[in-house]
Each structure stands twice: as structure tokens, then as C-alpha cells.
Write a protein that binds this ligand. Structure first.
Ligand SMILES: C[S@@+](CC[C@H](N)C(=O)[O-])C[C@H]1O[C@@H](n2cnc3c(N)ncnc32)[C@H](O)[C@@H]1O
Length: 246
């Protein structure tokens, strides 16, 4: 069985639960999406036609948000879950030039699945399922499929650099969920085990922000930085070097 098939993301009930409750689980989800769109408008969008790659696309929310900014984007969405891809297809029905690929990150690394180069590669809450070596390899793969000057952004959970900080970040996460539940009139004890489950499941392999930023720089990315952070939720990325004349 492949690594992806062993994970909870291969289970349709689990993916449904995520889709139903992601706005509660994901800290400042709306803010994260607004930052991603601002980044795209500022760095990527111009009068030309742009192509985007959405890695671990889930139900297509990231591409859908990008299309509200630039409806002419041609997008490639990849996910290991057929159920998630079906939901993405449904969400993006009506948009042209949208391509779907069912593949795990492991398959992307092992086979020749990605074709062409992209202006913007983005991923949200998926790359933390890879080990640090896997992340490094995926960053290299992404780099090799970006146009010169193209951008990569990852919205993801990260590992705190110390246990002391980790403990507070987990509390901060619980406080966020409590705030959302109060706003939505949901009882406090609902979803109370999310943090424990996140820590317990070994399919979650977060690494520190420092290690991931370093890996991006080592890959060759420029303008590497963390663009936003709230406890374990972070947005970071960089730009592929422009081609230089010899
Ligand atoms: C937390 S969801 C995020 C979905 C979407 N990007 C979002 O922001 O809502 C994680 C997604 O990553 C996908 N995923 C998890 N592990 C993966 C892997 N090894 N290869 C490809 N996709 C994976 C899951 O199927 C799921 O759709």
C-alpha cells in the first residue's frame, strides 16, 4: 500500500469532515487566503496569461480563490484523494483551462507527472505530510517546474523550534477554535480532540520554519521569507531566479 493510501486522507469520511469544518480547524483561514491573493496580485499577475499549480488541492478552494482575482489563470490541481478531486471538479465547474491530476506527492517525486512550467505554485496544508527530505525533494521538483521569476507559496503547519513554544502554539490553536465555536454557537467540547489527533497521527510530519526556509534557499529560491505566522500556521515561499545572460 502506498504511503498516501495508508493516510486518513484516503478515507472519504475523513475528507468530508475536513471540508465541513476547515474554517474552524484552520487558524485565520480567511486571512491566509487574502494574503495568498495579495501575493498573487502583487508578484505574479500582470497583463499576461498565467498558469498555476495547486499541490494537495483538496476541494479546490485555493485555485477557486485565485480565479476570483484572475479568471484567466490556467490551473493544474493535484491531490492523492479521488474524493477531494471530485469535490474540486464540482467547485470549479464552469471555469475553463483547469486540469486535475490524481497523484500523491510521492508519485510526483518518483514519476514524470508534472508537465510544463508554472508562473505560480501554491500549496495549502498538505506538504507537512512529507518528511524533511521529502519536502526538500518536492521544493526541488517545484523549482524545476516554475518559470524563471515564478513564485512558490506554501500555507502550512510547522513545528515550533522548542517544546515550550510548541505548548503555547497548541494553546493558541485551541483558543482560536474556541473563538470560532463561540461565534458559530457550537458547543465547546466539539472538536476538542483536534490538537491531540494532530500531534498523535504520524502522517503529520511538520518541520520547523527555519529548516523549510533554509531548504528553499538551498534549492535556489530568492526572496525567501515567512509572510505570515500565527502559532503553528505559517505562510512562506520564494521566487525562482530569473535566467541570467552568460
Ligand atoms: C488539509 S487538506 C488541504 C486541502 C486544501 N489545499 C485546503 O487548503 O483546504 C490536505 C490535502 O492534502 C492531500 N494530501 C495529503 N497527503 C498527500 C500526499 N502525500 N500526496 C498528495 N496529496 C496529499 C489530501 O488528500 C488533502 O486533500
Amino acid at each position: 500500500m502506498t504511503e498516501f493510501k495508508k493516510s486518513r486522507w484516503a478515507n472519504a469520511e475523513f475528507t468530508q469532515e475536513y471540508r465541513d469544518n476547515a474554517d474552524i480547524y484552520i487558524v485565520e483561514r480567511r486571512r491566509l487566503l487574502e494574503i495568498m491573493k495579495s501575493f498573487y496580485r502583487h508578484f505574479v499577475m500582470d497583463s499576461g496569461h498565467k498558469s498555476a499549480l495547486d499541490l494537495g488541492c483538496g476541494d479546490g478552494i485555493i485555485t477557486h480563490e485565485l480565479l476570483t482575482v484572475d479568471a484567466s489563470i490556467s490551473a493544474t490541481l493535484i491531490d492523492g484523494s479521488g474524493d477531494m478531486l471530485n469535490n474540486a471538479k464540482e467547485r470549479l465547474r464552469g471555469f475553463k483551462d483547469i486540469h486535475f491530476i490524481k497523484a500523491s506527492f510521492q508519485e510526483i517525486l518518483e514519476k514524470d507527472i508534472l508537465h510544463g512550467n508554472f508562473d505560480f505554485a501554491v500549496s495549502s496544508l498538505a506538504i507537512h505530510h512529507l518528511t524533511m527530505n521529502g519536502k526538500r525533494e518536492l521544493f526541488e521538483k517545484i523549482y524545476s517546474h516554475l518559470q524563471p521569476g515564478g513564485y512558490f507559496m506554501n500555507i502550512d503547519v510547522i513545528l515550533a523550534p522548542t517544546d515550550t513554544l510548541e505548548q503555547w502554539y497548541m494553546k493558541l490553536w485551541r483558543e482560536w477554535m474556541d473563538e470560532r465555536k463561540t461565534a458559530l454557537g457550537i458547543e465547546r467540547n466539539v472538536f476538542s480532540d483536534i490538537v491531540r489527533r494532530y500531534k498523535e497521527y504520524d502522517e503529520n510530519k511538520p518541520d520547523t520554519l527555519g529548516d523549510q526556509l533554509r531548504a528553499l534557499k538551498d534549492t535556489g529560491f530568492e526572496d525567501v521569507d515567512c509572510f505570515y505566522k500565527y502559532g503553528i500556521f505559517a505562510v512562506y515561499g520564494g521566487r525562482k531566479q530569473e535566467e541570467r545572460n552568460a
